[in-house]
Design a binder for this molecule. Structure first.
Ligand SMILES: Cc1cc2nc3c(=O)[nH]c(=O)nc-3n(C[C@H](O)[C@H](O)[C@H](O)COP(=O)(O)O)c2cc1C
Length: 206
């Protein structure tokens, strides 16, 4: 990086009006996670510390900052669904991110229509561009450089079933532009919508 860049050592503070880190690591896809507790209590909440870690077999990760209802349910039952979020569903998704008591089903409160999944018990959001039915592989409590608990857990899950809305398929390909996919971006309340797709094919070995 050129001299004159704004550099900060994290331990010394960023020196800016707001923490830039999550604006730098953006856009982040949103996993709108539906889960159910051992007693059958349904839950729905968004997680943007989310990505794919392997495609064969398909394995995804997300991180829960704090022990929240989603991770508690997944630790009890080992199943969850990742519902992808379109622009149309964004306001509803946002409503489900409020802190509700654990006995509350966010989907019911936010008026989210749910439908049965094929392979797992948690229901999935109706009308999403895509939904991934997952089974828990592992949950890793994360520690920092001093070996102190970082207060978060990374969850790894294997995708066992995939739903794709037919309206999001273009000539047999899933099209994130047609899906109007949104991602978390920047500071509090910032999002971006996928609007342009271009192709750049990876080169063959020289
Ligand atoms: C777009 C969006 C992304 C979020 N991503 C995360 C995340 O990656 N990890 C996390 O712990 N909380 C995240 N949150 C906050 C949770 O959604 C929130 O704490 C929610 O109440 C958790 O619900 P639960 O206890 O039902 O699981 C996010 C919120 C929003 C709006």
């Amino acid at each position: 990086m050129a001299a004159g860049d704004h550099f900060y050592e994290v331990g010394q503070g960023h020196g800016l009006p707001h923490d830039p880190l999550l604006a730098i690591i953006a856009p982040r896809p949103i996993a709108w996670i539906s889960s159910v507790s051992a007693t059958g209590q349904a839950n729905l909440a968004p997680y943007s510390y989310f990505n794919v870690v392997s495609n064969r077999p398909p394995i995804i990760s997300f991180s829960s900052v704090g022990w929240k209802d989603s991770i508690a349910n997944i630790s009890e039952t080992g199943e969850f669904v990742i519902n992808m979020v379109s622009r149309d569903l964004l306001p509803t998704m946002n409503r489900t991110s409020a802190t509700f008591a654990s006995g509350i089903d966010e989907a019911a409160v936010a008026g989210v229509e749910m439908e049965a999944s094929n392979l797992v018990a948690p229901r999935r959001v109706a009308g999403t561009p895509a939904a991934l039915e997952c089974r828990l592989l592992t949950m890793v409590p994360v520690c920092d450089l001093r070996n102190e608990p970082a207060g978060c857990h990374v969850v790894l899950g294997q995708v066992v079933g995939v739903h794709i809305a037919r309206s999001c398929l273009r000539e047999g390909r899933y099209d994130p532009v047609a899906a109007r996919i949104v991602a978390r971006c920047g500071y509090r309340g910032d999002y971006v919508q996928v609007q342009e797709l271009f192709e750049l094919v990876r080169p063959a070995a020289p």
